[in-house]
Design a protein around this ligand. Structure first.
Ligand SMILES: [Fe+2]
Length: 368
């Protein structure tokens, strides 16, 4: 299955291991990221020496703080403009990674357990049709940079990896031999697709490097785990936690019947919904599960039609066992009855007819 993803029909020279220029004055990523870092530690004067201001166990909280910033309306707008600046007309209809990834590569990161080992996008749940723009926030060079393997070598490496069930230590060795560091400065970005092996080696430069990954997904992509409305957003949108009416009579409803959560124990999915609802101040009056071996959501429909529930918290708009048309019919009847539906994974509250078209757009993004 992994090998099939290297079919030539997926090859696109625009995303083949390629450097492009961008206007650094228009997109000053370094200053923007440094300003958030300095909110936490004003004494940190430069991203390159960030490791002198932060202990290793402070990096994960720092990443989370920066991730909050990259999800804001302001930052999402910059990302929209940046993607358009780089992609131009090469992808006509696409979605954008909702939370761009910030990678912090500190010196000597391997022994500290934070080495990003070589991998392909295919191995990290990205499919063809998703492309990555990798932008070093500060200069990337030598061992603090990312290393990339060519498409042809990547094909061979994947064959050997799968056929011989190679260890990651062996892959790290082989990829290091076949790759070289991407040496670029702010004003340059690196484009690659999901088949290229890429990763890091131990950073022996003594300088911290931060990289910004942003992915774009074209319409029609078989997106798997990386879902529209969740991992990906439409240009112009922002993924924000919605405000809900906590005075309503809410229930938590989990649908384990489709293939969305597989055979994961019910309570794990339910806990996620409950925690999310709790953060929004919802005090549910109960929880229910859809009946297994059904695909028309009869139990969910019962609570919509035969009770006086005013709000239903669901895991995801993608996580129901009924087909899209049936789901839309149920959601539409909720709007008619003024029942609010909260979709936790998508941070989305359905409380109006406009919301229906947004849901349909997300659910149908994979159709050509
Ligand atoms: Fe990656």
């Amino acid at each position: 299955m992994i090998k099939e993803r290297y079919d030539d029909k997926y090859f696109d020279s625009m995303w083949d291991h390629k450097v492009v220029d961008y206007d650094h004055n228009q997109f000053p990523w370094y200053n923007r990221i440094l300003s958030v870092v300095q909110e936490v530690k004003p004494s940190c004067k430069s991203l390159g020496i960030l490791h002198e201001s932060f202990d290793r166990n402070e990096i994960v909280p720092l990443r989370k703080k920066v991730e909050q910033f990259v999800r804001t309306k302001e930052f999402s707008g910059w990302v929209d403009d940046y993607l358009h600046h780089i992609i131009r007309d090469s992808m006509s209809d696409y979605m954008i990674q909702s939370t761009p990834t910030l990678n912090f590569v500190l010196p000597d990161q391997q022994k500290h357990g934070s080495l990003l080992t070589f991998h392909t996008g295919h191995l990290t749940a990205y499919n063809n049709g998703m492309n990555t723009i990798w932008t070093p926030v500060s200069s990337a060079y030598s061992t603090n940079s990312m290393q990339v393997v060519s498409w042809e070598d990547s094909k061979k490496l994947t064959n050997d990896f799968v056929d011989q069930k190679l260890s990651m230590a062996e892959m790290q060795r082989r990829c290091t031999e076949l790759s070289y560091p991407v040496e670029i400065r702010p004003g340059h970005a690196w484009l690659f697709n999901q088949g290229h092996w890429h990763g890091n080696v131990n950073n022996t430069t003594g300088v911290t490097r931060i990289g910004l990954d942003i992915r774009a997904m074209s319409k029609g992509t078989d997106y798997g785990y990386r879902k529209p409305g969740s991992y990906f957003r439409f240009p112009g949108d922002t993924v924000e936690v919605p405000k809900v009416d906590t005075d309503r009579r809410w229930i938590v409803f989990n649908d384990p019947a489709g293939d969305y959560i597989g055979t994961m124990p019910f309570y794990i999915a339910r806990s996620f919904i409950e925690n999310y609802a709790d953060q929004l101040g919802i005090k549910p009056v109960g929880w229910h599960n859809e009946y297994t071996m059904t695909d028309w959501n009869p139990h969910l429909e019962f609570f919509m039609n035969e009770t006086e529930v005013q709000g239903i918290a669901l895991l995801s708009m993608h996580g129901l066992s009924s087909p899209i048309n049936r789901r839309m019919e149920l959601f539409e009847s909720c709007v008619d009855k003024d029942i609010h539906i909260l979709f936790c994974d998508e941070n989305f509250l359905l409380d109006s007819r406009e919301g229906l078209s947004y849901i349909k757009k997300c659910l149908e993004f994979s159709s050509q």
